[in-house]
Design a binder for this molecule. Structure first.
Ligand SMILES: NC(=O)c1ccc[n+]([C@@H]2O[C@H](COP(=O)([O-])OP(=O)(O)OC[C@H]3O[C@@H](n4cnc5c(N)ncnc54)[C@H](OP(=O)(O)O)[C@@H]3O)[C@@H](O)[C@H]2O)c1
Length: 330
């Protein structure tokens, strides 16, 4: 089968399209024929390599995929055959730790994968397979961060940074579903109107106005209840300045840098709550699929690109000239 293979960390050229062996269906597993994959910022981190986190190479990258079950192992219920499914990228590693496909094990950027049926989420026939492929990592991480860790409440004022990407779009839709007042911040002028269309009440462009905290303060008086910051870097101290006393900052990543300068005076004076959030679980993905069925969550797709053009997908993601998710179609 064809697969994207990363043999060494590096630039976009390090992603190679290769022929590899088909997966073998073990007795407790199923084979899923992949229909659509969505690309995440994680795929860029995996390609480039991450300080302090070793990735065993070569690896087939990619964590998010929808597809169809085409084969089942001897111990698996045959009724799975022909079902449309989403794969939970979380995988139990031999060490006992939970890892992610495409980072800790081979991923989904290939024609077929072999997985345990316990990791499948069945999709009904009305669900768009491209939209479903957007959900697990970005929407799953946003669901856990806002609902489980952040316990957001109706009426809260929420600041969402990096709003144009996968997690950002998902956070806006989830906050809207929970009747929050949303201030979305983006670096892209082209995306301002689109952010309003998916639920932002106010949009701040921080490439025009890097001191976004001053705008947030002038708009809210004493600051926001909650901020979603997965950008880190220069945005961190400014986010501390955006907060109401006893406000909470939710973080699940550090796109612009994981070791930013901080100012802990804001944390103690305002008694801020800094809450980390990592990953999602299968129940979160089920909740998202059910919202997708109801039409209350609608993943935003920037572009669908053919498998052979994986380099273009990475190029768009790195350029920040996009809105929503980039899909690879097989
Ligand atoms: N812990 C977890 O389980 C988990 C799961 C999913 C994602 N994450 C993390 O969450 C972050 C977002 O992931 P994603 O897949 O949504 O990424 P993405 O689709 O690439 O979107 C990231 C957004 O952040 C902004 N951005 C990009 N590069 C930036 C930079 N250098 N400085 C400041 N802002 C930047 C851009 O928004 P604007 O164009 O609007 O400025 C971009 O659209 C990543 O750090 C990722 O690792 C963590």
């Amino acid at each position: 089968m064809k697969a994207i293979v990363l043999e060494e960390h590096g630039n976009i050229d390090s992603l190679k399209i290769k022929n590899v062996d088909d997966p073998i269906c073990q007795e407790n597993e199923v084979i899923v024929k992949i229909k659509a994959c969505s690309i995440n910022h994680l795929d860029i981190f995996v390609r480039k390599g991450m300080p302090g986190h070793q990735i065993n190479l070569p690896i087939i990258p990619g964590g998010d995929a929808s597809g169809e079950v085409i084969q089942v192992g001897d111990n698996v219920d045959k009724s799975w055959i022909g079902k449309k499914v989403l794969i939970d990228p979380n995988v139990q590693l031999k060490s006992g730790r939970i890892g992610i496909m495409g980072e800790d094990t081979n991923g989904v950027l290939c024609e077929k994968v072999s997985v345990s049926p316990s990791r499948l989420i069945e999709l009904n026939n009305t669900i768009d397979m491209f939209e479903a492929a957007c959900l697990p990592i970005a929407y799953g991480a946003a669901w856990r961060m806002l609902i489980k860790r952040g316990k957001i409440q109706p009426g809260e004022q929420i600041l969402i940074l990096g709003a144009s990407g996968g997690v950002g779009n998902a956070a806006i839709q989830i906050a809207k579903l929970n009747q929050c007042f949303i201030i979305a911040a983006t670096s892209s002028k082209n995306n301002e109107q689109k952010l309003k269309e998916i639920g932002a009440d106010v949009v701040i462009n921080y490439s025009d106005k890097p001191d976004f905290h001053k705008i947030v303060r002038s708009m809210t008086g004493d600051g926001v209840d909650t901020a979603i910051n997965f950008t880190g870097g220069d945005s961190w101290v400014k986010t501390l300045k955006c907060m109401k006393p006893n406000g909470k900052i939710l973080t699940c990543g550090a796109t612009a840098g994981f070791d930013p300068k901080t100012d802990i005076r804001f944390i103690w004076r305002k008694e801020l709550n800094i809450i980390g959030s990592n990953s999602w679980n299968k129940e979160d993905i089920h909740s998202l699929v059910s919202e997708l069925e109801k039409g209350t969550i609608k993943p935003i797709i920037h572009k669908i690109i053919s498998f052979e053009k994986i380099a273009e997908a990475h190029k768009i993601l790195e350029s920040r000239q996009f809105f929503g998710k980039i899909i690879i179609s097989l």
